[in-house]
Design a binder for this molecule. Structure first.
Ligand SMILES: *Cc1c(COP(=O)(O)O)cnc(C)c1O
Length: 495
């Protein structure tokens, strides 16, 4: 699908692109839309404070040696900002649900699979949505309790299902074959796990095909509008008194809010129909998934959780009326704006008249942006050799990564103060699905990740989230212990 008029995969009306300042220092991306450079904070107090905390953190990281010639790339997480987003999420839904409604906000671990992040969110009352044995292990390592954990993968093995049921973790089944497996497991050992079925209301996709979960042929859940599907779903609940949740995740970046609401209206209507036809409120909880889009075009947080919660309460009033408990599974919207990847400019060169800053951040930390730049443009902020916001006239330039292929660009033709050798380029809004999602191209090391917070006396305090991957680790993870396995394997003598 086209993203021509759509810089961040969000409908224009949702992010208020027109609200972006026109100060002349904005840079222009290939779609022709303005993209700010991260030093303006023109979009409200909390955005301005976030930008100020980020600038302070970059300067302190250089000062304290976390960034420098021998540590040329670093991931940073704004602890204050993450806590604020978690509080906004809780407040948004508290404001619309009937008093006493059980609500579980489960963070989609895939958005930031880092144990200290999951612990921070746990501290903020947020649970975990996991979709693999690895993600479940991370949630458990962070101390997220089973009753605040939801398992959603589309390809759960019998062993994974058995473990989830033994732990009492909520499970959302994806398809009829998975329900058959759950039948057998529930017969052999009853479980207190809440169990739901994921449905695909097939309301359609958004501007990013790969992230559109509610298309007619999406791989996720039971396709509700397919011939006979609805009847099958109703029977599936009637036959299984333990099937007590209904799950839909109808969107992600690029899906218009109205379409997400439409998908949830369908899901709610289905829950009502099932309970009516069974004759009792067997479905007691609706899991509305995540998918709130993020504004990558400016500092502004938009759409907000409050806006989405209000929209849902207007579009689907019964959803929050008190008859159903609520589970949410937000990922990107909780973390994206609170992460920054900062990389040193190793060389500044020029080709065909175009200045190029060769940095240490490219495809390994910004995989989607490098491979699908039009769908995933990132704001770039320029800092000088001391980590201070770089001043100077805007110059159209490329910001390149370290990988050995021509398309390894963080930004192409972007207007920024001219980046010079020893400066730093920061890719903003990279707290979800970016530097925590390392891509091992060129065996580039996973960068260290640090959380930051004002230290109370005008400075910045850092906490290690993850240390940088070492060369020994790269060798070990690349078969180092099996160096001679291929040359010593005895093959049958062919002569
Ligand atoms: C990816 C995913 C989420 C989180 O989506 P975001 O767009 O990051 O909010 C939630 N639920 C399910 C089932 C998912 O696959």
């Amino acid at each position: 699908m086209s993203s021509d008029n759509d810089i961040s995969g969000i409908e224009r009306s949702d992010v208020g692109i027109s609200g972006i300042s026109d100060t002349g220092t904005s840079n222009i991306d290939r779609t022709g839309d303005a993209v700010d450079n991260g030093h303006q904070g023109q979009t409200g107090a909390s955005g301005a404070e976030r930008a100020a905390r980020r600038d302070e953190a970059v300067r302190a990281a250089v000062e304290q040696g976390l960034l420098g010639p021998d540590a040329p790339i670093l991931g940073l997480l704004d602890i204050t900002g993450i806590r604020e987003s978690a509080a906004e999420l809780r407040a948004a839904f508290d404001a619309v649900v009937a008093p006493g409604t059980p609500v579980l906000h489960a963070f989609a671990v895939k958005a930031s699979p880092l144990v200290p992040v999951l612990r921070l969110l746990r501290d903020e009352g947020i649970g975990a949505e996991v979709a693999s044995p690895g993600e479940l292990a991370l949630a458990r390592a962070a101390g997220v309790p089973p009753e605040r954990t939801v398992l959603d993968s589309p390809a759960k093995t019998p062993a994974e299902l058995r473990e989830a049921l033994a732990l009492g973790i909520a499970v959302n089944a994806d398809n009829p074959q998975e329900l058959d497996r759950l039948d057998a497991l529930m017969r052999s050992a009853p479980s207190r796990s809440p169990i739901g079925l994921r449905v695909n209301p097939q309301v359609g996709g958004g501007s990013i095909e790969a992230l559109s979960t509610a298309t007619a042929t999406s791989k996720f859940g039971v396709a509700l509008r397919d011939e006979g599907a609805r009847e099958w779903v109703v029977r599936a609940y009637a036959d299984r008194p333990w099937l007590n949740r209904l799950h839909a995740h109808t969107g992600s970046q690029g899906i218009p809010l109205a379409r997400m609401a439409e998908g949830l209206a369908e899901t709610y209507a289905l829950a009502e129909e099932i309970n009516r036809r069974i004759g009792r409120p067997q479905i007691d909880t609706i899991d509305i998934g995540g998918g709130l889009p993020v504004n990558f075009a400016s500092e502004e947080t938009a759409p907000t959780y409050a806006r989405y919660a209000r929209l849902l309460s207007e579009a689907v009033p019964g959803l929050f009326g008190g008859r159903y408990g609520l589970v949410t599974e937000f990922g990107r919207s909780l973390l994206a704006k609170h992460g920054t990847v900062v990389a040193r400019v190793e060389y500044a060169k020029s080709a065909g008249g175009r200045p190029i800053a060769v940095t240490h951040a490219g495809v390994q930390v910004a995989t989607r942006t490098v491979y699908v730049p039009d769908a995933w443009p990132l704001r770039i902020a320029a800092y000088d050799t001391k980590g201070r916001p770089k001043e100077g006239p805007a110059v159209v330039q490329d910001v390149a990564g370290p990988a050995c292929f021509a398309g390894d660009l963080l930004a192409e033709g972007r207007a920024l103060p001219l980046l010079e050798q020893g400066d730093y380029a920061a890719a903003l809004d990279t707290g979800a699905y970016y530097f925590a999602h390392h891509y091992a191209y060129n065996s580039l090391a996973r960068p260290a990740v640090h959380g930051y917070t004002p230290d109370g006396s005008g400075g910045v305090a850092f906490a290690t989230v993850r240390t940088a991957q070492t060369l020994d680790e790269i060798v070990a993870e690349s078969g180092g212990a099996h160096a001679s396995s291929l040359t010593t394997l005895r093959t049958p003598d062919r002569r």
